[in-house]
Design a protein around this ligand. Structure first.
Ligand SMILES: [Zn+2]
Length: 147
């Protein structure tokens, strides 16, 4: 029994020595250090970064890596800005703006102005068709389902 143990210890020790030697000589091809040789290009990301990985969107929030779901994107697209990027006027947090912002990225007044202009130019029908084609209707449906 004693002999067996000492043999195991000896075996273990020689393996350790071999591993140490491999590490020192950086002989990564050896089985014992395969893991050390396994390196993958790791891209460093910082707070607020958004990138795609394995078909998912990721971000770093409060120092934690996390996925951004489609729902988050929709939620984010619904958040009203302080001012309308089109007319620079304050964006009231009301029902009309909430409805128009995710679709048009401008305030309700701007949408009315734009649509009036399009109607005058006779381009409204075309515009409406394009909106439907670009999947806006699906987008609205998704938001309604969510709410
Ligand atoms: Zn506006």
């Amino acid at each position: 029994m004693e002999e067996k143990e000492s043999m195991l210890q000896k075996d273990f020790k020689s393996r350790d020595v071999q591993r140490m030697r491999n590490l020192i000589t950086k002989k990564f091809g050896d089985k014992t250090v395969t893991q050390a040789g396994y390196t993958k290009a790791i891209i460093e990301h910082k707070e607020g970064d958004i990138w795609e990985e394995n078909g998912k969107n990721w971000t770093i929030k409060n120092g934690l890596k996390q996925t951004i779901t489609r729902l988050d994107n929709i939620k984010k697209s619904m958040l009203l800005p302080i001012v309308c990027p089109n007319c620079s006027k304050a964006m009231a947090n009301d029902k009309l703006n909430k409805k128009m912002w995710p679709i048009h990225k401008m305030c309700f007044d701007c949408v009315i102005t734009m649509e009036t202009k399009l109607k005058k130019e006779g381009k409204f029908e075309e515009y409406q068709r394009n909106m439907v084609h670009s999947g806006v209707r699906t987008h609205i449906k998704e938001m309604e389902d969510m709410l």
